[in-house]
Design a protein around this ligand. Structure first.
Ligand code: ADP
Ligand code: MG
Length: 695
């Protein structure tokens, strides 16, 4: 064992007092060296300001309480035993209840223990918290009577096994940091002053052991800033490298755009005209465009993409349009085909199920340049798909592709201009976090002829009436959709629920109507058949899992019934709602609520009160957090431990500005004073750098 003082890179295995079992356990959760430990930030801090007196508790609110255990024992319930403890803070009593593992709890929590507990407060013969989070505090750790700030850490199972708890971690981190020399800072004094940041050394110590809430806040601010800063550096580097990527400037306008415009039976909204101009100007530069087109469901992104595709074709390059599902690709193909014919462009569709012979002909057409526009799914990025000259790549609903990278499509040799489209209105902070390397174009206006959709939240008891109403709509020639959510645990039960409901609806509720079923596990041909039948109005009511979420366009559909609506995110509900109201008839969105918590009520009321996608997505982000926001997790992308893009708006903007300034002044990060920034950046984001120019 080395006797020298530890440094940031000292392995925990060689720190005296850690022991091999615990060092292994820490390793198992990614804490290998001293630096990892310092960056293992507390999940929460206890101090006077975050602790509630028992006498001041409020029902249904989350609270943290510190007190002494006055009584603790196993009790006999109707069915089984449970464990209860009474906590007193001198002014009041709080009951703590654990229904599971009563024996274990009895061994763990003893009379006289001093505990910090948190959870939702209930009222049941007095205040009570069921299954609280708890931490034991030692005598000299009393945030109530002192100005102390006590850090509490998350303790995953790996650590529990070797009996590491918050207190052990506190002691360990304290011992190590006391013997640690000053931690070098990647930011200069000047930079810190400019951005009102405390030194890294101070931040990394105070995040664990702050003497007061105000120094803790400084530490939090600094560490948040760092996380935002390095992600924004990635964005800045990507953006600058894309901006330096030469490509063909698409300058000519050509006759195609006019032919298509003249054939439209509506006038483009001014928002559509605005974004078309932004895209056109961007493509006219000899550098690769990297742009995100945002527009709410039904705002008319398709025609925008068709018109800009026509500009590309006028410049003798090819266009690829990629969609996340076959249904959506088909739908795009139908729209593109009509206008392509009008403007004498050739267009084709390529999906996973395209027969081999047809596929061969298409690949041939792409290689020779006979095909101007290719629409498709993932099938477009297969290796043997080669273009004569790809000039513009358009990706619809990019976030639904998960890990799809810009380079997958643009890597086909020509650095084409790139346009991503999304119907999910992305809150500003999220947009610059996830898409900080892109320019934004926003369609912030709906076509004028739209009749607002009527949204109603109902409970099960109203279903009878709703079904009657649906029958009337069908009698009047319209169509309906019934959607079942993904049930969390298994996809199977989602499917099962939809299948069962389909049986129920077709046999008992609507025996005289044709009720169709579509879900993600169906074969492509079967799906197409159902969708075609629905488009022809050969199916009156379509029961679906969420496969219809994006894209499909059936103007004759007027009723969207969403079962268990409380299980969906608001953004998703908004997308689903956008499937109706696409024609000239009055449309309805019925949200069936089967969960009676306050929160779910509040969430669904937002849907009743607004149809503004941006308002909805902001609320959604606040209620669900960014991880769930897109419906799929963007795994591995965000390395945030302490930063929070929902609440960090001002810090994020400052970090972004300074990261972009830095990259502008030193694009390759090779100035010596940026050495430490470069090292940390490469540690964290090297693999995400794509084509940016530093090594
Ligand atoms: P989204 O942005 O959700 O992809 P679409 O492009 O599918 O929306 O457009 C929805 C419907 O609105 C389509 O039927 C389209 O033809 C129509 N549409 C598009 N632009 C306009 C407009 N300016 N005025 C009227 N209808 C329009
Ligand atoms: Mg669309």
């Amino acid at each position: 064992m080395p006797e020298k003082a530890p440094t940031l890179s000292t392995s925990l295995h060689s720190i005296k007092g850690v022991g091999p079992a615990r060092a292994d356990a820490l390793s198992a959760i990614g804490i290998h060296i001293v630096a990892d430990l310092l960056h293992y930030y507390p999940r929460k801090h206890l101090d006077r300001t975050t602790i509630t007196l028992i006498s001041k508790l409020q029902k249904d609110k989350e609270a943290t309480v510190v007190g002494n255990v006055e009584a603790a024992d196993i009790r006999q319930g109707k069915r089984r035993q449970y464990f209860q403890a009474i906590l007193s803070d001198g002014k009041g009593m709080l009951t703590l209840t654990w229904f599971n593992a009563a024996q274990y709890m009895k061994r763990t929590i003893k009379i006289g223990d001093r505990l910090a507990v948190s959870g939702k407060v209930e009222f049941f013969n007095g205040f009570q918290i069921v299954h609280p989070e708890y931490d034991k505090l030692k005598d000299n750790e009393d945030p109530v009577n002192s100005g102390l700030v006590i850090p509490l850490y998350s303790i995953p199972a790996e650590l529990k096994k070797t009996r590491i708890d918050s207190r052990t971690l506190r002691r360990l981190i304290k011992t190590i940091s006391d013997s640690l020399k000053e931690i070098p800072d990647h930011f200069s004094m000047e930079f810190k002053n400019q951005n009102h940041l405390c030194p890294l050394d101070q931040a990394l110590r105070n995040i664990h052991f702050a003497e007061s809430v105000s120094v803790l806040n400084e530490a939090v601010n600094r560490l948040k800033f760092d996380e935002h800063f390095f992600l924004q550096m990635l964005m800045a580097l990507r953006k600058s490298s894309i901006q330096q990527t030469g490509t063909k400037a698409l300058i000519k306008i050509g006759p195609q755009v006019k032919l298509i415009s003249d054939s439209l039976d509506f006038e483009l909204t001014s928002a559509q005209k605005k974004v078309i101009k932004e895209i056109k100007d961007d493509m006219a530069r000899p550098f690769s465009m990297n742009r995100l087109l945002q527009g709410d469901v039904g705002s008319g992104k398709t025609i925008v993409s068709i018109l800009v595709a026509a500009i590309a074709v006028a410049n003798s390059v090819q266009v690829a349009v990629m969609a996340p599902t076959e249904i959506l690709a088909q739908q795009h193909y139908q729209s593109f085909k009509i206008y392509a014919e009008t403007a004498r462009m050739t267009c084709a569709i390529l999906v996973g199920g395209t027969p081999a012979k047809e596929r061969k002909a298409i690949l041939d057409g792409l290689a020779t340049g006979r095909i101007d526009i290719i629409i498709g799914t993932h099938a477009l990025i297969q290796e043997d798909v080669a273009f004569k000259e790809l000039g513009l790549a358009i990706v619809d609903e990019q976030h639904r592709f998960g890990v799809l990278q810009r380079g997958d499509l643009t890597g086909k040799g020509f650095n084409p201009h790139f346009l991503a489209m999304t119907a999910t209105p992305i809150p500003r902070t999220l947009a610059i976090t996830y898409h900080g390397d892109m320019d934004l174009s926003i369609i912030d206006e709906m076509p004028k002829d739209r009749i607002p959709i009527i949204t109603k939240v109902v409970e099960e008891t109203r279903l009878e009436k709703i079904y009657t109403f649906m029958k009337e709509e069908v009698k009047a020639g319209r169509q309906c959709m019934v959607v079942y959510p993904l049930v969390k645990e298994t996809e199977k039960s989602d499917l099962a629920a939809a299948v069962e409901m389909h049986g129920n609806l077709s046999e008992y509720v609507f025996p005289e109507l044709i009720v169709g079923l579509i879900h993600g596990r169906m074969k492509k041909d079967d799906k197409d058949e159902v969708m075609d039948a629905y488009a022809r109005n050969d199916i009156h009511i379509l029961v679906s899992t969420t496969v219809i979420e994006v894209g499909i366009d059936i103007p004759n559909a007027t009723v969207m019934l969403i079962e268990n609506a409380d299980r969906f995110g608001l953004t998703q509900l908004h997308q689903l709602r956008g499937r109706v109201g696409r024609g000239s008839k009055k449309s309805y969105c019925i949200l069936v609520r089967r969960n009676f918590t306050e929160n779910s009520k509040k969430r669904l009321q937002i849907m009743e009160s607004t149809s503004d996608g941006f308002v909805i997505s902001d609320e959604d982000l606040k209620l669900r957090g960014p991880g769930e926001f897109f419906g799929i997790r963007q795994s591995g992308f965000l390395k945030y431990k302490i930063a929070d893009m929902v609440t960090d708006g001002p810090i994020l903007r400052k970090a972004r500005q300074s990261a972009f300034e830095l990259v502008k002044s030193d694009p390759n990060l090779n100035q010596p004073e940026h050495e430490l920034i470069r090292i940390r950046f490469m540690n964290e984001y090297q693999d995400k750098l794509d084509r940016a120019n530093i090594s």
